[in-house]
Design a protein around this ligand. Structure first.
Ligand SMILES: [Zn+2]
Ligand SMILES: [Zn+2]
Length: 142
């Protein structure tokens, strides 16, 4: 039986290893987590996997395009396995929670520059900043 993750890894010519499968599973179940959280999630099920291995796996998967690295200004890098659809993120200024926002138009680039200065644009990065429902509730109930 071949899992989706094995198919994904083979499609980008990466060897199927237990740590790689574990990182992909962790990111599927917990999108937008930072490196420390990925390490904790992986090691909960696979205690023998080292921190360094998780770092290496995250880098390999990101380079191969299976994982997307998000780094909102002033925040630690987060990772997710929802790639290829150019969706955006909304970030809470108070607690740093990140949620997905579907692209307003569709395929990348979803923002057409009025003057691209001759550059070939293939991506437009949009980050929405605000206050998440949890923090908004906490603020009004104080
Ligand atoms: Zn919040
Ligand atoms: Zn996302």
């Amino acid at each position: 039986m071949t899992s989706d993750f094995e198919t994904q890894l083979r499609a980008v010519s990466l060897r199927v290893t237990r740590p790689r499968l574990a990182v992909l599973a962790a990111l599927r179940d917990h999108p937008h987590v930072d490196t420390d959280t990925v390490i904790a999630l992986v090691r909960a099920n696979h205690p023998t996997v080292s921190h360094q291995t998780v770092y290496d796996v995250l880098r390999a998967l990101t380079d191969a395009g299976l994982v997307r690295r998000i780094q909102p200004a002033g925040a630690t890098a987060r990772y997710e396995s929802r790639v290829g659809d150019n969706h955006h993120h909304v970030v809470c200024r108070s607690c740093g929670t990140i949620a997905d926002v579907d692209c307003a138009v569709g395929d990348a680039p979803c923002l057409t520059a009025s003057d691209d200065q001759g550059f070939v644009v293939d991506e437009a990065e949009v980050v929405y900043w605000g206050t998440c429902p949890g923090c908004a509730t906490a603020r009004t109930s104080q």
